[in-house]
Structure formats: structure tokens, C-alpha cells
Design a protein around this ligand. Structure first.
Ligand SMILES: *[C@@H]1O[C@H](CO)[C@@H](O)[C@H](O)[C@H]1NC(C)=O
Ligand SMILES: *[C@@H]1O[C@H](CO)[C@@H](O)[C@H](O)[C@H]1NC(C)=O
Ligand SMILES: *[C@@H]1O[C@H](CO)[C@@H](O)[C@H](O)[C@H]1NC(C)=O
Ligand SMILES: *[C@@H]1O[C@H](CO)[C@@H](O)[C@H](O)[C@H]1NC(C)=O
Ligand SMILES: *[C@@H]1O[C@H](CO)[C@@H](O)[C@H](O)[C@H]1NC(C)=O
Length: 313
């Protein structure tokens, strides 16, 4: 971890024009390994609505990557898409789709899925589901035996990554931005109403899912481990989804320059987007400590809920 962060840091110094706010504040910057290039289509199964390949059809998802936002959902979907028996959906589901269509059944959901062959399973990702109050109930109503994938990373790192994404979106849209400390701290205390912190309270959200699904139906992928060494995490997912083992080590290669693994499958290579890797701010250490100690209680509760621990520092 330390190694790839260090190399990512060098890469950034060489090639990334950091926004002036980051530099002015004396921030160190690191790339976010979770930002796979979103521009390239995920096409294991042909997503062209006009001419579906013969023998394929649209089917409701067999598995959904439910989150967490900035946890590595795209990396996970892209990596799962290596598997010949996985048909990955190119689009995410929007909450207004649910609101408009819920009463009418789930045909609309199936329409959002890619064309797939009968031997394939369809997988989609909607990172907003995990922290949504309504999603567990709705998804359970659609298919109570669906297999759920949840990818998590260190909750404090996730907060910073979440902030960074919003920061860059606001910059692009010419909206004012704030230093992360101004959002994390209110009147000298940690601002626990800050949405990015709320989204990192994994125990709170997990409870909501466990009200509708048994723990065995939710497989948690360790997002930090996936980025360090993708294959073992993907093999666990293959087993969870009852897929034959088809993802192999040669599907990954470590790009020394980037400091991350890239994907090689069907003669195509996919990596982090060249220009899109986002620098992270270096957060004031006192504030970061406040954040970490607040999250500590929550991750203990979470570990108890999921009967498993994670190596979050
Ligand atoms: C994926 O789609 C691209 C562009 O539509 C196409 O050139 C490529 O051959 C496709 N790859 C696979 C494996 O289907
Ligand atoms: C519900 O999900 C399970 C597990 O993936 C799958 O086997 C089943 O076909 C799904 N049911 C429907 C109606 O899509
Ligand atoms: C590795 O990353 C560098 C820098 O982003 C890029 O220029 C190069 O093409 C990549 N190499 C491979 C084999 O993907
Ligand atoms: C971090 O923030 C605290 C206030 O929360 C401040 O007292 C301290 O000087 C800051 N540290 C650095 C290194 O800027
Ligand atoms: C829980 O996570 C926080 C924040 O990342 C960390 O400071 C703490 O050490 C973690 N606790 C355990 C038991 O891993």
C-alpha cells in the first residue's frame, strides 16, 4: 500500500497539474486507485440495443454491487467483467427510476440490463444503494434471493476520496470549493452531519440491509486488498457467485509507472484513466485523528455485525 501510494505520488508530481487550492495549502497529493477510467464501455456481452446478438436476452440482475461510493465499485465491476460468464451492465440505476416505476413491477429494471447469454449472469453496480434507506427493501421485493456484493475500504480514506470527488465536480462546474477541514470540523468539533462522514458509517447502513437480507447473501469485498492484489479477492467473488474459476493472474499486470494493477482480457487493456486520477489532499493530522477516532467505534460495531474484521489502520 505504502509502495503504490509513494509511486502514485511521484507520478502526480510529474504529470498532474494540481488545482491551485491544493498546492497553496501545501497539500501533498496522492492518486485515487479506485478511479478506473469511466469513459470506456464495459462490454463483455454487447450492450448495443439496436442489434442484440442472437441467443441473448435481457435478464434481471443476478447480482448487484451495492456500494460503497468511492469504495472501488467500478474497479470491481471491470475486473468481474473479465469472467466470460459475467455480463456487466454499463449503466447504473437511478433512484428516480425506482420512484417512477416501483408500483409497476420490475420490467424497467430488466430493460436496463445488458443482453446476455443463458449461461451468463448479469451484474450491475449502483454505489448509492448501500447508503440508501429505501434500497434494501426495494431490492428485496425485486428478488429476495439476489446476491449482493459490497466493496468497502478504510472508512476514513473513503471520506477523503468522497470529498475529493465532490471537490473536482464542483471545480468543473465552476462552483465554490472548501478545504476539507472546513467541512470536517464545525465549531471545533467533528462535523458528524457531513454527508461524506455519514456515508462511511458502515455499521449504520449495514444494519438496514441485514433487516432484509441474511448476512450470507452479502459478500464483502475488501477494496484495499483488491487494489493491492486483485486476484484473491476476485476468486472469492467467483466462489460466492458460484462461477467456475476463470479469472487468472495473467488478467492483471502491474503498471510500474502508475503504481496500480491494470486489466488485460480479450486482447484489451484497461487502466486508470490517464488524466482522471484525482489527487487527494493531505488532511490536517489533528483533524484526521478526530475523524479516525470517531469512525473507530463504528467499525467495531460493523465488524461485529458482519462477523469479520478488516485491516483498516
Ligand atoms: C468492446 O466494444 C468495442 C467498441 O464498441 C469493440 O471495438 C470491442 O471489440 C469490444 N470488445 C469485446 C471483447 O467485445
Ligand atoms: C434472483 O437471484 C438469484 C441469485 O442470483 C438468481 O438465481 C435468480 O434467478 C434471481 N431471480 C430472478 C427472478 O431474477
Ligand atoms: C503504464 O502507465 C503509463 C503512465 O500512465 C502509460 O503511459 C503506459 O502506457 C502504461 N503501460 C501499460 C503497459 O499499460
Ligand atoms: C490542524 O488544525 C488544528 C485545529 O484543528 C490547528 O491547531 C493545527 O495547527 C493544525 N495543524 C497543522 C499542521 O496545520
Ligand atoms: C477503524 O477505522 C478507523 C478509521 O479508519 C481506524 O482509525 C481504527 O483503527 C479502526 N479500528 C479497527 C479496530 O480496525
Amino acid at each position: 500500500m505504502a509502495f503504490f501510494l509513494a509511486s502514485a505520488f511521484l507520478l502526480v508530481l510529474q504529470t498532474y497539474a494540481a488545482p491551485p487550492e491544493f498546492v497553496k495549502a501545501g497539500f501533498g497529493i496522492t492518486l485515487d486507485p479506485m478511479d478506473f477510467d469511466p469513459g470506456r464501455p464495459v462490454n463483455g456481452s454487447g450492450d448495443v440495443a439496436s442489434s442484440p446478438p442472437p441467443g441473448t436476452s435481457k435478464r434481471a440482475p443476478h447480482s448487484i454491487i451495492i456500494g460503497v461510493r468511492k469504495g472501488g465499485t467500478r474497479a470491481l465491476l471491470e475486473m468481474l467483467d473479465i469472467h466470460p460468464e459475467v455480463a456487466a451492465a454499463a449503466t447504473e440505476v437511478h433512484f428516480f427510476d425506482w420512484d417512477e416505476n416501483y408500483a409497476k413491477g420490475f420490467e424497467w429494471y430488466r430493460e436496463l440490463m445488458p443482453y446476455s447469454y443463458p449461461h451468463q449472469i448479469t451484474v450491475e453496480k449502483t454505489p448509492g444503494y448501500f447508503t440508501s434507506a429505501l434500497a434494501p427493501e426495494r431490492i428485496c421485493a425485486m428478488n429476495s434471493s439476489i446476491k449482493l456484493l459490497l466493496i468497502l475500504r478504510d472508512p476514513a480514506e473513503r471520506v477523503i476520496s468522497d470529498y475529493t470527488q465532490v471537490y473536482f465536480n464542483r471545480l468543473e462546474n465552476h462552483k465554490p470549493v472548501q478545504a476539507i477541514e472546513n467541512l470536517l470540523v464545525r465549531n471545533g468539533a467533528l462535523n458528524i452531519r457531513y454527508k461524506a462522514i455519514q456515508r462511511s458509517l458502515y455499521d449504520v447502513h449495514m444494519r438496514n440491509w441485514l433487516r432484509h437480507f441474511p448476512l450470507e447473501q452479502i459478500h464483502i469485498v475488501d477494496g484495499d486488498a483488491l487494489i493491492r492484489d486483485p486476484l484473491p479477492e476476485l476468486q472469492r467473488v467467483e466462489r460466492f457467485l458460484n462461477l467456475p474459476p476463470r479469472i487468472v493472474s495473467s488478467n492483471f499486470y502491474f503498471n510500474q509507472t502508475k503504481g496500480f494493477y491494470c486489466i488485460r482480457s480479450d486482447g484489451r487493456e484497461r487502466c486508470l484513466h490517464e488524466s482522471k486520477g484525482r489527487p487527494h489532499p493531505a488532511v490536517n493530522s489533528t483533524v484526521l485523528q478526530q475523524l479516525r477516532s470517531y469512525l473507530q467505534e463504528h467499525n467495531r460495531t460493523f465488524f461485529r455485525l458482519v462477523k469479520r474484521t478488516f485491516d483498516w489502520q
